[in-house]
Ligand binder design. Structure first.
Ligand code: SAM
Length: 280
């Protein structure tokens, strides 16, 4: 067992930074960054803009996912020499879909105290503004890998009762929602966009409705909040699957043909219908 009291010495600080609105940068965060000897930043150019805005001039050490492992020795040596440091990512909390985990792990292993300076992150405002159950939730972050890997990941979460939170880039959002729909069938979906910025919006819809009528102009930064598995069947989808069944049994159609016909008649995705039929 190891017990580190953050302030029984000067800790290494993990500092959350604004996800849009600079007014969300707390006085404590600014004070801490002004007090340390060096600041590790995911992207020194991005962070310079923020730090300059608040008049913080410090030595910057770049730590991103491609060099994080190599930087560990440098940072540990600085701390051993008595320097004080902090880590910031481009936006929000470091380590939350951002670099920092190897660094924090190494600091703890080397008996340095860490302390987190709270601030903005995208996942909590998306969740609590979604109107979905915020009591139990699972943060998935970005769905990584090719389509098959994404589907495998979604299959793991399909029966979770928790509200699910997914980060996504705007150019992939339509495809991602369609894939989620093909695995989860219909559920409530909230798209939280541009949080804390001028164009902030929450779009309250369902996976099926969005999939049938996708918003083609979704820009900016996006969080998807999806209702957990309530155990209720989607009656619309079930009705369509009954029609597919009818065409197969009465008209001797193949599954592929029957799902294509029903998809065409009812203006739904044939892939979604086909996959849902196979899983029925
Ligand atoms: N570390 C950040 C955090 O604590 O939320 C997340 C960084 S991750 C690289 C970037 C993703 O976070 C974006 O693609 C988007 O999904 C989400 N995000 C960040 N800022 C956002 C904002 N202002 N509004 C909505 N989503 C945001």
């Amino acid at each position: 067992m190891k017990r580190n009291k953050s302030f029984s010495g000067t800790p290494f600080y993990l500092v959350a930074t604004p996800i849009g609105n600079l007014e969300e940068f707390s006085p404590r965060a600014i004070k801490v960054l002004q007090s340390v000897d060096f600041i590790c930043a995911e992207d020194t150019r991005t962070s310079s803009v923020l730090l300059n805005h608040f008049g913080i001039k410090k030595q910057l050490v770049s730590v991103h996912k491609f060099n994080e492992q190599n930087r560990l020795d440098l940072i540990i040596n600085k701390l051993k020499e008595g320097e004080t440091g902090a880590f910031i990512s481009d936006a929000g909390y470091p380590l939350i879909s951002d670099p920092g985990h190897p660094l924090v792990k190494t600091l703890i292993e080397n008996n340095f105290n860490v302390s987190v300076v709270n601030g903005p992150s995208a996942l909590l405002p998306a969740l609590i503004g979604s109107g979905l159950n915020a009591g139990t939730f699972t943060f998935i972050g970005f769905l990584k890998g090719n389509n098959k890997e994404v589907i495998n990941t979604l299959e793991r979460y399909k029966n979770y009762k928790d509200t699910l939170i997914i980060y996504e880039a705007p150019h992939r959002v339509i495809k991602t929602i369609s894939t989620i729909y093909s695995v989860f069938a219909d559920r409530k979906l909230v798209i939280a966009r541009e949080l804390s910025k001028l164009h902030e919006e929450y779009i309250y819809t369902t996976l099926a409705k969005f999939n049938d009528n996708p918003l083609l102009d979704l820009k900016g930064e996006i969080v998807l909040v999806i209702e957990g598995n309530t155990g209720e069947k989607n009656s619309d989808l079930e009705e369509l699957l009954d029609k597919v069944e009818l065409l197969i049994t009465k008209e001797n159609m193949s599954v592929k043909k029957a799902t294509s016909v029903v998809a065409l008649l009812y203006n739904v995705s044939k892939n979604v219908l086909y996959n849902a039929y196979l899983k029925r």
